[in-house]
Ligand binder design. Sequence first.
Ligand code: FE
Ligand code: FE
Ligand code: ZN
Length: 292
Amino acid sequence: MLIIGSHVGFNKDNQLLGSLNEALSYGANTFMFYTGAPQNTTRGKIIDELTLQAMQIMKEMKIDYSKVIVHAPYIINLANGDIEKFSFSVRFLKEEIERCSQLGVKYMVLHPGSHVGLGIDEGINNIIRGLNEVLKDSPVTILLETMAGKGTELGRSFEEIKRIIDGIEDKDRIGVCLDTCHLHDAGYDVTNFDKLLDEFDDKVGLHYVKCIHINDSKNICGSHKDRHENIGFGHIGFEHLISIIYNERLDDIPKILETPYIDDKPPYKEEIEMIRTRHFDEKLKENVVSNE
Ligand code: FE
Ligand code: FE
Ligand code: ZN
């Protein structure tokens, strides 16, 4: 079954119920959210009443809540071994896991981290050390996102993802989130996704993949830029993204759009419509702007 959604907001007043309603307004049957602003540490108290209401609606609508995803804030950088920064990242990530667990969310996507000049080996060792600490008795599984390789980002190759997973003590608590824009920007050919999945299965193991970010890319393959584009408007293109989304080996894995807003308006309703009908609308951007 196609499980498709986008990243949505999470505000302190409506919380999970607000996120769900936003997702439903896009015609989505899953979603991903940050538990607060991704770039700061301000987090409100979780209101269980709102969580329960949202869960009830999802049950009625047959939305599988176990596949709803939280994205960890990107100020977390486990690769940086600087004592203060590392312990901040570990502490904040633990708090995020606690919030996920209170919300009943099973999966959290995490950017593995940037080594900030320490080198790949040290960066990877720091990530492993941090993850093993936060995953002790964690009810939440962390999904390492494949990265574009901007700056000193780690996790830009299957080999690096594999090295991190190898160091994790509890393999039941670790997984992977593939991001189509990042894979393409990192230099992988996403236009032959079966071949890419074979390689991933060989080097890492396909069973680790629990989420896919669906984004087009503003740049050419191997550019290491990480600039997302709307579906069908970038260098990956509509047909290739459709064949990734409908690849049978990825059936039942949630697909999440993180494409850019157009004139401050979310494009997700229109993009999900294009994906469901498998029909590219070259007027998408104009329509998003003129709708409402
Ligand atoms: Fe991400
Ligand atoms: Fe992503
Ligand atoms: Zn990105």
